[in-house]
Design a protein around this ligand. Structure first.
Ligand code: LCS
Length: 399
């Protein structure tokens, strides 16, 4: 047994958690009055990408220390120790470093995307993404009234590859000037190889397409996998923006703090001029603590997640033989093809909420190219995972 307990079930009620209280709105675009055959606390929640595990005690300790400062006035990152903690983390985990001057912070990666799309592109330009995709990539484009261009990933036995021919052809459109790239990829969980990353980067650079590499999931890899920051492979360009955050890694999305590395002086100065740049003092303390003393906890978390993936794959192989699942190379999200059990246009989140008491995402929630898939969040105690899988299999086997 390790130092940390990932089997503990923590009651999240009355914490204003999106996970427990926000699903009607987020998944079903419905008001709080929407009724289900299950009471809210009866659901097994495998949807939004946060975890059922406690944030590491080392981080909570440093938040408490900051609370003891007792004054919470306007705050920005001034202390170079913040940069040092994060840069050391990148050096240790990814053998990659970046310049202090290039680092800006934001209240989340999605807010950064909303701003950067505006600062990088003009209204006649288009933004390229790969699909299926985390839907907020599209939302950031729509919000800025820009045109979205999608390149479908190619799926074989639920393992995804980039369609380089299609991607290159789309990048060649002179109106495509920005690519939002997910590295590693949500929802497929792919960790792109160096060769794939080099091809993506080169195609974009050859065609004057700037890249935002969203690396929010990069710390959460299976133990035999290795993350490569895209920017590490192209040290001479300033056309790659890297986004990282402790929010997924340490279950602290509510602190809303992310790091954005913008080597391009012009884009960075627009960002610094126009971004409302204050931070929450507790978030600064928590983020610095995460990168300073979160490593041991992360190692144990990764072991636990590896086991949850193994458990899920074995469970589905045994109980739902026509489902296709590969162990995700990154993220705590399993991406499962249940096309053999459901109709193409079925509303899968509604089906599972109403008939299995499981909250999950799937079907058309991932922009495009995701019919027949469900995404299961495995970052929960194994006892909850087992109950969720049991309910999913029972429903699908009895249709
Ligand atoms: N980028 C990616 C690729 C994500 O998957 C998420 C969260 C974010 C950014 C959010 O960044 P934030 O603004 O919190 O810093 N992904 C979620 C998901 O797939 N379901 O719920 C959240």
């Amino acid at each position: 047994m390790g130092k940390y307990n990932f089997d503990e079930i923590i009651d999240r009620r009355n914490t204003n958690a999106m996970n427990t209280d926000g699903f009607r709105d987020y998944i079903f675009h419905a008001p709080p009055t929407m009724k289900f055959p299950y009471a809210d606390e009866e659901f097994i929640r495998m949807w939004v990408a946060d975890m059922e595990f406690a944030t590491p005690p080392e981080i909570i300790e440093d938040i408490k220390k900051r609370l003891e400062g007792r004054i919470f006035g306007y705050t920005k990152v001034f202390d170079p120790a913040y940069y040092e903690a994060f840069n050391n983390w990148c050096k240790k985990l990814y053998d990659w470093t970046f310049e202090k001057e290039h680092l800006v912070t934001c209240n989340g990666i999605i807010p950064a995307l909303y701003e950067l799309v505006e600062y990088i592109t003009n209204e006649y330009e288009k933004i390229l993404i790969m699909t299926p995709s985390y839907a907020f990539f599209k939302h950031a484009v729509d919000f800025n009234k820009r045109e979205l261009v999608t390149s479908d990933l190619i799926e074989k036995d639920n393992y995804y590859a980039i369609d380089f021919e299609d991607f290159e052809q789309k990048a060649k459109d002179p109106r495509v000037t920005l690519c939002i790239f997910c590295n590693p990829h949500n929802p497929s969980g792919r960790v792109w190889s160096e060769e794939e990353l080099k091809r993506v980067g080169q195609i974009c650079l050859d065609n004057d397409v700037m890249i935002i590499s969203d690396e929010i999931h990069c710390d959460l890899l299976r133990n035999n996998k290795k993350h490569t920051p895209l920017a590490k492979l192209f040290p001479d360009t300033d056309k790659i923006i890297t986004c990282m955050a402790p929010s997924k890694t340490f279950n602290m999305a509510g602190f809303m703090m992310s790091n954005v590395i913008i080597p391009n002086d012009k884009i960075r100065s627009i960002y610094q001029e126009r971004h409302y740049g204050f931070e929450n003092p507790l978030s600064v303390a928590a983020t610095q603590a995460a990168y300073t003393s979160g490593y041991d906890w992360l190692c144990e978390l990764k072991d636990y997640l590896d086991e949850n993936f193994k458990f899920t794959k074995e469970y589905l192989n045994k109980n739902l033989p026509k489902a296709v699942m590969q162990i995700s190379e990154a993220t705590y999200l399993a991406w499962v093809n249940i096309g053999a059990y459901v109709d193409k246009n079925e509303n899968l989140p509604l089906l599972f909420a109403n008939h299995a008491g499981v909250l999950l995402e799937g079907g058309d929630m991932f922009v495009k190219n995701s019919d027949g898939f469900i995404r299961l969040n495995l970052a929960c105690p194994r006892s909850i995972l087992e109950e969720g899988l049991k309910r999913i299999c029972t429903l699908l086997n009895n249709r």
